[in-house]
Write a protein that binds this ligand. Sequence first.
Ligand SMILES: *[C@@H]1O[C@H](CO)[C@@H](O)[C@H](O)[C@H]1NC(C)=O
Ligand SMILES: *[C@@H]1O[C@H](CO)[C@@H](O)[C@H](O)[C@H]1NC(C)=O
Ligand SMILES: *[C@@H]1O[C@H](CO)[C@@H](O)[C@H](O)[C@H]1NC(C)=O
Ligand SMILES: *[C@@H]1O[C@H](CO)[C@@H](O)[C@H](O)[C@H]1NC(C)=O
Ligand SMILES: *[C@@H]1O[C@H](CO)[C@@H](O)[C@H](O)[C@H]1NC(C)=O
Length: 867
Amino acid sequence: MTRLFLLLCLWLSLWSRNVLGSILAIDYGADFIKASLMKPGQPFDVLLNRDSKRKIQSTVGWKKNDRLFGSDAAAIAGRFPQDTFPSLKFLQAAPYESEAVSFYTSVSTADVVKTERGTVALRRSDGTEWSVEELIAMQFAYVRDLAESTAGEKVYDVIVTVPPYYTQFERDAVVDAIEISALRTLALINDGTAVAVNYAMTRTFPEPEYHVIFDAGASSIRATVVEFASVPGEGRPKSNKDATQITVHGVGYDRYTGGTELDRRLRDLMLSDFQKRYKRDISIDKRAMAKLWKEAGRVKAILSANTEAIATIESLAFEIDYKAKFTRAGFEAACKDLKSRYAVPILEALARAGLKLENVTSVILTGGSSRTPMIQDAVKAAVGADKIAQNVNADEAAVLGAALHGAGLSRQFKTKDIRISDIGPYDIQVSYQAEAKNPGARPRTINTLVFPSGSKTGTKKTLTFKRQNDFSVKLAYKAPPAPGFPTEFLEADIVGVSEAIQNITEAGATDPVVKATVMLSESGFASVRDAIVTGEFKDESITGKLKDLFGKGSSSSQSVDETTADVGTAEEETASETATSSAAEASATVVKAKEPISLEIEVKFPTIPPMSVNQKRAGRDRLLAIDAEENAKRKREEARNTLEAYIYKLRDLLSEESSDAPFMKCSQESERKALAAKVEETLAWLQDHGDDADTIQYIDKRTALESLERPIVHRYKEIEEFPKALNNSQMWNWSTRLFLTEAKQNLTKELETGTVGKYTKEELEELEKTLKEHEAWLNEWVEKQKKVKMNEDPVILASEMRARAKVLENHLQKLVKKRPPKAPKKSTTSTSSTAGSEETTAESATSSTAKGSSTPSAHDGHGHDEL
Ligand SMILES: *[C@@H]1O[C@H](CO)[C@@H](O)[C@H](O)[C@H]1NC(C)=O
Ligand SMILES: *[C@@H]1O[C@H](CO)[C@@H](O)[C@H](O)[C@H]1NC(C)=O
Ligand SMILES: *[C@@H]1O[C@H](CO)[C@@H](O)[C@H](O)[C@H]1NC(C)=O
Ligand SMILES: *[C@@H]1O[C@H](CO)[C@@H](O)[C@H](O)[C@H]1NC(C)=O
Ligand SMILES: *[C@@H]1O[C@H](CO)[C@@H](O)[C@H](O)[C@H]1NC(C)=O
């Protein structure tokens, strides 16, 4: 149990965790990454890349030792074709011998190698290998850094979009990359569903409506049939607004018919044109192929808006500058076979949803490739131009919808109440070996379809087994979910059965059975959640016996047909219904085991395993090592640049012509000579060793120069500070004097009238003594300071002057803030008029001090700071 729990934490992450803080949404595409940040109190928008673009090219690359992302990485593909890794989405969890990988190698110049898990890694030109998960984790971390600099705080939680057809293998690969990047998975969301959330955010649905989200991306085309409806907004207290229910009814897809395939067709047109014209094979020339690839993307974009475009590639190969004209017609002819496929996902999705086109209000086009005329035409032809809705931001709808959904999950944002009911697109079955009836019998495999294609996500099913011993169940797709992908994805060994059965039988139970719960999570993961042994206990109470007598037969909700004893009766129940059904069971005559016994489940991955904890940790360490290296490199560059800039600044100062310049005024000839010598020495050192020195050396060199400049700077600063400090001293000098004069007058008056004043004679004398000391010190040192030349060190520091003035200020403050002595209780009216309340007395003492002058009030204690 604990073990399974741990596994789930690591492997699925916990979806329902309480999240506080910003939420990052990533729409991870084969061509572009879009990201959005939800931060309480911050406007909600798409994250901008460092170049202020709203999307990030989905490429990682290395220019020698410098790691690059986005368009910087894509830009170097022609020079470093083996160190540039685009379109990694195609490779998520792809088995080395799958169609996905062969497709990838036909579009990318990267070297693909096999990992120990049977998936792929990419090999750099220096021989280092990076798993797809690690490379994608780098991109996630890059996006996280962007988000953190926008949010101004750490960002931990992320929701990532995936195509609805993503299998468990691929979903695991996404989550593994998230974990390697040190983010936490809030959820995965199918991209069509995310677009639906974004669509629903600004709309209401008085009547239920069906729409098709048609998402034409770089990697693939998918269609999602969704129903939007208003439902009562219960569940959220004090909210009588309706909620919007989004129900996915069907999906259709074509895994490899996206924008990338179009690029590939165009690239091949260019390639064959080149080969025909120059009679040379460049298909094995990685640089040339990378250049062609880049140009194909550019030409495709031009052909979306124009009927022809010129491809130009300088020095493509053999020092040939390639130039050729391509027409949209020619391009479309090369893609003729694709045209008939574009709208198929829509029709498949409708068929799976059991709907017709006339049931659909609109077909919403999204995804970067939905702008391609060929694709638009095909969709228009299939569904009718009037059905097409263009009112959705094609590029950003998915990431914004994902962010909104993430915000809804975290419950710390006030967002519109939108509920999602999504589906799994594949038949998922549980298979296990039947318990042998007699020792020699051939084992029989039994398959039970637990989540048929179209099953709702976020549901559980309970399987009941009549078993005496440990056994294992496998979760598998009924058919390979994509070419080259395996069917089985998870195996759960259920352990401790015989002992648990013995225990529960000893406790008085009869007919013990094993119940296993399988779950299809909101994020599309199927798992075996738990397994228990339970049995029936006779109710020994009188009422129980009576009920037993009358109600036989109708009592058991549990009878398992002996002939199919092994076959689980799969009862569907949603997570929220569990409580209700167990309450109903409890009221039956024959009650269930008082305490069902939990069984241990050991999870194994029979085919493509997700990354193990150790593999992920190792991946994270590798990424951290690169980060550390890049940081050190950045620091070194900074240190070097600072040193260089400092040297040039010193040179400027030293070559100053005017003797009025502060640097000149405050320095002596000998000091300037020493500094100039050091500057030249450092410059020479930079020329000789500047390229291979380390950070500390740059810093040391700068420190050595600074120690020569510092006395000069110091003098100059003191000269600037001196008048201000003197002004401050005199201000307190003057304020104190004013206070004393008035207080003494009051004292005299009080002595005359025989009243009790606020201050005693001694107090005033003490203050006067402090004032005199201050004046004496000030007079003496100001005189001395006046004799000091500008290029000599000052004899008193501004800081010391301020400290001395502070002593006087504090003394004055103490008296001003003093509470007046309590007037004698039975006082006459004349005395009480002078006493007043404590506060007003203190107040008035101050105001009279400041009266008639611009001197800041001593009372607030800030007077000196404001100067
Ligand atoms: C779909 O349209 C058909 C024909 O107009 C209609 O009979 C059917 O009820 C509609 N289905 C739904 C779910 O609205
Ligand atoms: C069965 O009972 C024994 C004794 O109480 C206990 O140690 C053991 O853990 C139990 N086994 C299971 C599977 O519950
Ligand atoms: C000194 O303080 C007075 C009053 O606050 C101000 O007007 C004057 O400019 C100050 N002089 C200097 C040198 O800071
Ligand atoms: C301090 O104030 C007194 C009285 O206003 C004045 O005579 C004296 O010169 C002042 N001292 C200095 C150093 O400004
Ligand atoms: C002097 O007396 C007047 C009148 O009572 C009072 O307002 C003022 O605060 C006193 N001044 C000092 C410095 O105590």
